[in-house]
Design a protein around this ligand. Structure first.
Ligand SMILES: Cc1cc2nc3c(=O)[nH]c(=O)nc-3n(C[C@H](O)[C@H](O)[C@H](O)COP(=O)(O)OP(=O)(O)OC[C@H]3O[C@@H](n4cnc5c(N)ncnc54)[C@H](O)[C@@H]3O)c2cc1C
Length: 502
């Protein structure tokens, strides 16, 4: 291997693998040994295990992300998506947020764009559902749940109220269970501020296609978690499929039908589809073929790890690959950086090997489930372990301090119950007053030309969120009457669960 001058290392994706690899490389590389670029659409890395706590308001969302430009001072951070890679040409095509796609030359590729939600062709899912993988989705869901309580508390129609208070989660892995449990806990707590709402008025439903939840822990712990959730009034439907979600009207495989104002899809992940636009080898599940040394199989100067890669699991039998988890991603990043450095320095490289330590999951304040190295914990001790473990893992001292500060404040003050959904369309009110024929009533998403087709904004207090995209011309002079009709309110309830803009 000879690069002439200092080789240029290109890291695709600034998530777990990308950020930790870049951090380690910038720390260990000598002077002009190599240059590093990181291409990432967000300006930050998301610590995903803290998203449920951010959604529940236990943590400030900005504290669960790590600003890349702040921590990667020795790297060039480029905002954008890598849309294609020609490794033969050592060129990546980058789509920046503004302007034309451009080509980026490199010598060594580290490709780690992670995974995306694995969806199914269920009618209505794209229009009604939201995933749970990003800080934007966590913030949206917090606003959405609180705004549904606001809307339900003042609804005059019982069907509208019931729909607003029905929250459906699809998929029982740890992301789904933690999101559901934390949000329900937050909503239950918030109910005490609404004289007209009781926790029993809410309906929280988990639908899981297989016969168990939390496949990461033992069946006994999965069963314990089901019992815990059911004890809280959450309906857990195992071995059940969702057939349709059209207009928020839920049809389940067992024949049950109901209306839901919020639909959250957490039914697993699949490798990032951009991998198909590279000339690198993929397996039958669309993952990059990797060796145990974290090199792309049979390809020089290309490395990979994390959710997007089929990394052999040396602790298991032939053909096994490591599960998509933060636990592996962090350790693989460390090994990948070490091996890349070793290769640059013509030193031997080492295979990645780590036996899964277990899982910890938070189920709301002071509630949790954990199974670590075979030791099973429940309730408060598990919750404490969840917090201790993730505090030790969240990157940078700065983030750790902020997380501790959030938790400490929460010991003395209860959670905020304000929905700031209007953040998604802050110009709505200004558009209204600046329109040629100012109307007296606020815009309502129910009356947007096609509120279901438009990627919707979360509801604002008082129902003033608009379904139109920020930057569009305002729909002027067509504001509906202030008094909501049941049909309009139902349509508004419909429009709330669509995907936010990020
Ligand atoms: C809610 C939630 C809770 C979780 N909790 C746990 C837990 O408790 N324990 C655990 O072990 N795991 C947990 N996980 C899983 C864990 O977060 C992932 O396995 C881990 O993030 C994978 O790391 P990665 O680097 O492969 O992908 P990511 O961390 O997702 O990083 C991929 C990065 O690539 C970027 N990207 C995407 N497309 C492109 C592109 N075209 N060009 C450039 N960049 C791109 C993305 O923006 C992202 O920043 C959780 C996941 C979620 C969603």
């Amino acid at each position: 291997m000879g690069y002439g001058q200092a080789p240029h290392i290109l890291i695709v994706g600034g998530g777990y693998v990308g950020m930790y690899t870049a951090l380690r490389l910038q720390r260990k590389l000598d002077g002009d040994e190599a240059t590093i670029s990181v291409v990432e659409p967000n300006s930050y890395m998301t610590y995903q295990p803290f998203l449920p706590e951010a959604a529940a308001g236990n943590l400030e969302p900005r504290h669960v992300v790590v600003p890349l430009r702040k921590v990667l001072k020795g790297c060039r951070v480029i905002s954008g998506h890598v849309v294609a890679v020609s490794h033969e040409q050592r060129t990546a095509s980058v789509q920046p947020p503004l302007g034309e796609t451009f080509d980026l030359k490199y010598d060594i590729l580290v490709i780690c764009p992670g995974s995306v939600a694995r969806t199914l062709p269920i009618p209505g899912l794209a229009e009604q559902g939201i995933g749970f993988k990003s800080a934007a989705e966590a913030i949206y869901l917090r606003n959405q749940v609180i705004s549904r309580l606001d809307a339900a508390a003042s609804a005059t129609d019982s069907a509208v109220r019931r729909r607003a208070l029905t929250f459906l989660f699809i998929g029982g892995g740890y992301a789904g269970i933690e999101a559901l449990a934390e949000l329900e806990d937050m909503a239950r707590d918030a109910c005490s501020y609404y004289p007209d709402l009781e926790p029993a008025d809410m309906r929280w439903v988990l639908v899981e296609a297989t016969g168990r939840i939390l496949p990461e822990v033992s069946p006994a712990m999965g069963l314990y978690t089901v019992k815990q959730l059911e004890h809280r009034g959450i309906q857990v439907k195992l071995n059940t499929r969702v057939e349709s979600l059209l207009d928020g009207h839920v049809v389940l495989g067992d024949g049950e039908r109901f209306e839901a104002g919020t639909v959250v899809w957490t039914a697993g992940v699949k490798p990032n589809p951009m991998l198909a636009r590279t000339d690198l080898p993929l397996d039958d599940r669309g993952r990059l073929r990797a060796t145990a040394f974290l090199q792309v199989d049979g390809v020089a100067d290309a490395w990979t790890a994390g959710d997007c890669a089929a990394v052999p699991d040396l602790t298991k039998g032939e053909g096994a690959t490591t599960a998509p988890s933060a636990q592996h991603a962090v350790r693989q990043a460390r090994r990948l950086a070490g091996n890349l450095l070793a290769e640059l320095r013509h030193e031997p490289i080492r295979p990645y090997e780590h036996s899964y330590a277990g899982s910890v999951a938070s189920l709301g304040l002071h509630k949790g489930v954990a199974e670590v190295y075979g030791v099973r914990l429940r309730g408060w001790p598990a919750w404490l372990m969840h917090r201790t473990y993730h505090l030790s893992r969240v990157p940078t001292v700065n983030r750790k301090a902020r997380v501790v500060a959030d938790w400490t404040l929460a010991l003395f003050f209860r959670r905020e119950i304000v929905s700031l959904g209007s953040f998604a369309d802050p110009r709505a009110e200004f558009r209204r007053v600046a329109s040629p024929e100012p109307a007296t009533a606020p815009e309502r998403p129910a009356e947007a030309p096609d509120s279901r087709a438009a990627p919707a904004a979360p509801a604002a207090i008082g129902g003033s969120a608009a379904g139109s995209t920020a930057g569009e011309a305002a729909p002027t002079g067509s504001n509906p009457p202030v008094t909501p009709t049941p049909a309009a309110a139902a349509a508004e309830a419909n429009s709330q669960a669509a995907q936010p803009r990020s």
